[in-house]
Design a binder for this molecule. Structure first.
Ligand code: ATP
Length: 424
């Protein structure tokens, strides 16, 4: 096996402040004779020239002690932020300049050997501080199982026991052993995510084992929280292929074996992607895109709870369905205010899921998103009190009617609102 060094790639793709922090770590590791490596996603992303600021270091030994040692050797620069004694992992933070805005966070993990006591259970740790090889073979795919030495005598040497480098160049997602999906079925969603994100294919054996696992339906021990996390990351890519393959390749069974599959999933997925792209400006965050996709599927409350979704997340998904059920109200809305009333209590994500399945009502959805949702009154209860009115339930009615008049274009200016209030 030829030795590969990724010095140039490291120089080009790791930001300067992260390189500075890593140099501190290297020096401390060398002094103490501890092998340390960049590991997992960041190594993969260095090779494919993709930005990645999640810096994971594996310490062949005890990462907690190493974290404390770096703090001790770099006073005022490095601080231990978190310690997890059971896993022997730690988070450290470097402050690299005087005003404190050049900050680098690094996750440190001890090399560890794991095994799975039963299908889809959480792994148990067999050994901490094991050889790097043992740590690498507990991982998901070959492309995520490479390490990059950070010690000076082998700086940037790629440790690639499982041919991840060659799989990256062939565009292949490959699991590490034939029980991998049975051990941890969430890897199926991860495979989908990486496949779509990078345009890679699942290698034939991996594809076959994925289907066998999905057909086995042995997911009783699978933690919904972990499924949610992976599904969120995959759907947040906003690529129609994720939803299409999620359904067509039966990956949905990890979420709900009885899922009612919507017809024309290809079309629906493409519409969803397009709807999100066209309306991105209305979303407060792109972290919630996955909820729009889930809103398009008819997921039961029970399934959403099984995924440990928060109340707000559940409401967004369920509300998309509720809007769809009363779509005739929107279809027959005659005034701008009726359109406003239909959507006013809904989150944008629910509205976009509704739109995906009801393109015939696009004009009304667009009207709400582009114009109506931002209309507010300039008068409020205080204004009415200043005008000499007595506070009471009538205030609510008056302000609602004023809003109706404003949205319907009957009043426009502040003065007209005041006049409206006076004449109410
Ligand atoms: P992303 O680029 O989406 O952040 P990532 O792989 O870089 O993905 P994480 O999901 O944080 O980042 O995972 C870090 C590493 O941990 C992976 O590269 C992989 O080596 C390992 N890993 C993560 N999830 C699993 C899993 N379910 N089974 C085995 N190894 C895993």
């Amino acid at each position: 096996m030829t030795t590969v060094y990724l010095i140039e790639e490291y120089e080009h793709h790791i930001p300067e402040n992260i390189k500075k922090a890593l140099l501190f770590c290297s020096k401390v590791a060398d002094e103490a004779n501890i092998p340390i490596f960049l590991i997992g996603g960041i190594v993969r992303d260095i090779i494919i020239s993709r930005k990645n600021f999640d810096v994971d270091i594996t310490v062949q030994g005890n990462a907690v002690e190493f974290a404390k040692l770096v703090q001790e050797k770099c006073p005022g620069i490095c601080q231990v932020k978190e310690i997890h004694d059971a896993f022997k992992t730690a988070k450290i933070q470097f402050i690299l300049n005087d005003n404190g805005d050049e900050c680098v966070k690094i996750d440190l993990a001890s090399t560890r050997k794991e095994s799975y006591p039963c299908p889809a259970c959480l792994p148990v740790i067999e050994k901490i501080g094991c050889e790097l090889y043992e740590d690498v073979i507990r991982r998901d795919f070959t492309i995520n199982s490479m390490a990059l030495s950070l010690n000076q005598n082998s700086f940037c040497q790629l440790i690639d026991y499982l041919s991840g480098y060659s799989d990256i160049h062939q565009g292949l997602i490959r699991i590490l052993h034939h029980n991998s999906f049975i051990d941890d079925p969430t890897r199926i969603i991860r495979a989908l995510k990486f496949s779509v994100r990078f345009g890679y294919k699942l290698d034939d054996e991996t594809q076959k084992l994925m289907h066998e696992c999905l057909n086995s339906r042995r997911f009783d021990n699978l933690a919904g929280e972990r499924v949610k996390l992976e599904l969120k990351q995959a759907l947040n890519i906003n690529n129609a292929e994720v939803l299409t393959r999620f359904i067509n390749e039966n990956i949905y069974r990890l979420v709900d074996t009885e899922l009612e599959i919507p017809p024309n999933i290809d079309d629906l997925s493409k519409k969803c992607e397009q709807t999100v792209k066209e309306n991105m400006g209305f979303l407060y965050t792109d972290e919630n895109i996955w909820l729009i996709y889930l809103g398009v599927l008819l997921l039961s409350r029970e399934t959403l709870e099984k995924l440990y979704m928060s109340n707000q997340e559940q409401e967004i998904v369920i509300n998309a369905d509720m809007l769809a059920q009363k779509k005739h109200t929107l279809a027959s809305a005659k005034t701008r205010f009726e359109v406003y009333e239909f959507f006013e209590k809904s989150r944008i994500e629910s509205i976009l899921a509704f739109l995906t399945k009801n393109y015939d009502l696009k004009d009304k959805v667009d009207l709400y998103l582009n114009e109506l949702q931002d209309i507010t009154l300039s008068i409020n209860g205080d204004t009415l009190i200043k005008m000499g009115m007595q506070p009471g339930p009538n205030f609510g009615k008056l302000l609602r009617e004023a809003l109706r008049a404003k949205i319907n274009g009957k009043i426009i200016t502040h003065e007209e609102e005041i006049e409206f209030a006076k004449s109410f």
